[in-house]
Write a protein that binds this ligand. Structure first.
Ligand SMILES: [Zn+2]
Ligand SMILES: [Zn+2]
Length: 130
């Protein structure tokens, strides 16, 4: 699970980074793990991580085995799917909206921090939809 966390000690104290919480504690994730000098806010830290996911961990595909769902943006019925990051929920996007730009839009629309990136779809809809 990826969250924004402020560094509390050392040279980076007061700076925000996106970290992944694991069994052995938190470690910096995505671009925040590689030469990042930290961010002024949690939202900027999450945006930095989101950019990493958009660049490296975005999947867009057509799922012929699944029933059509409503596009997350316009509501059109579609069997096209997208996923941002690993082990996250699928997002339904129609032909017009199946792009990394749409994923970015969906994610930034509800940029309240700290937020679990995997739950952005639910946050966007304002309710749990399991
Ligand atoms: Zn960063
Ligand atoms: Zn659409």
């Amino acid at each position: 699970m990826a969250i924004a966390r402020m560094c509390e000690s050392g040279a980076d104290a007061g700076k925000w980074y996106t970290v992944i919480l694991g069994q052995n504690g938190a470690r910096r994730a995505g671009y925040c793990a590689t030469g990042c000098t930290g961010h002024e806010s949690s939202q900027r830290a999450l945006a930095h991580y989101l950019q990493f996911q958009l660049d490296r961990e975005t999947d867009l595909w057509f799922d012929r085995r699944e029933p059509a769902c409503e596009c997350e943006i316009c509501g059109a019925r579609t069997t096209l799917r997208a996923r941002l990051g690993r082990n996250t929920k699928l997002i339904a996007l129609c032909t017009h909206h199946q792009s990394t730009k749409s994923l970015q839009t969906l994610t930034f629309d509800c940029s309240t921090a700290p937020v679990h990136i995997g739950s952005l779809r639910d946050a966007h809809r304002g309710r749990r939809s399991d």
